[in-house]
Design a protein around this ligand. Structure first.
Ligand SMILES: [Zn+2]
Length: 221
């Protein structure tokens, strides 16, 4: 079998990335591993899965959880019988996000992520335009969370039902200047459906909410 130049380069970069990781330099490792992923042809699933897995480890060490989980999710999709899959299942909660110390924190981070994403998607460049806007929005999200958490029924819901609730709940955010401008394009809130599917329809064998229906991080906007 002929090995392309890109493959050779990708494998050298992967080794360099691993060397940096072993010497506790995740930032340097990140650069090598990212390029290695870019250079690996999609047809080389094993190699790509490996590079994506190590990229997620570097991202985790840099505390970039959103991107780490995205990389890891892709790694385990390519190789279902791999350590990437085992690592994913062990470290990812039912929302498909990196597991937090408690279940309540898992719920909270899923709620914040969904609400922030839905707010930012309607903003120009998907960013806050000021510190005041950022803190006001966060404060309102946390207030909404407090009310939601205190409601009696919430505790007994399953993950899919919670997600449905998180996506349906509309917070009345004040209009910030640019916000009004962005609004003209109409609401782009995604349709929400209750998914309590035990195994995802892509055939991965994972629950839908942990697979194709996972809560995406803000860096994936
Ligand atoms: Zn899936």
């Amino acid at each position: 079998m002929k090995i392309s130049q890109a493959e050779v380069k990708a494998s050298i970069l992967l080794r360099k990335g691993l060397h940096e990781l072993a010497h506790h330099r995740p930032a340097q490792a990140l650069t090598f591993l990212r390029t290695s992923v870019e250079l690996t042809p999609p047809s080389c699933e094993g190699e790509l899965s490996k590079a994506l897995y190590w990229l997620s480890i570097a991202l985790l060490r840099l505390d970039q959880r959103d991107l780490a989980v995205k990389s890891l999710a892709n790694a385990q999709k390519l190789r279902r019988q791999s350590y990437a899959r085992k690592f994913y299942v062990r470290n990812v909660n039912e929302y498909g996000m990196i597991r937090r110390p408690t279940k309540e924190l898992d719920d909270l981070y899923a709620f914040i992520s969904i609400q922030l994403s839905s707010y930012l998607l309607r903003r120009p460049n998907h960013r806050f335009s000021s510190e005041i806007e950022h803190s006001t929005v966060l404060k309102l999200i946390l207030e909404a969370w407090k009310h939601l958490k205190e409601s009696h029924t919430f505790q007994n819901l399953e993950c899919g039902e919670k997600l449905y609730l998180f996506r349906q709940l509309k917070i009345d955010f004040p209009s910030f200047h640019v916000y009004a401008a962005g609004h003209q394009h109409g609401e782009s809130r995604p349709q929400s459906t209750i998914y309590n599917i035990k195994s995802c329809f892509c055939g991965s064998g994972l629950p839908h909410t942990q697979c194709c229906g996972r809560v995406q991080g803000l860096s994936e906007l």
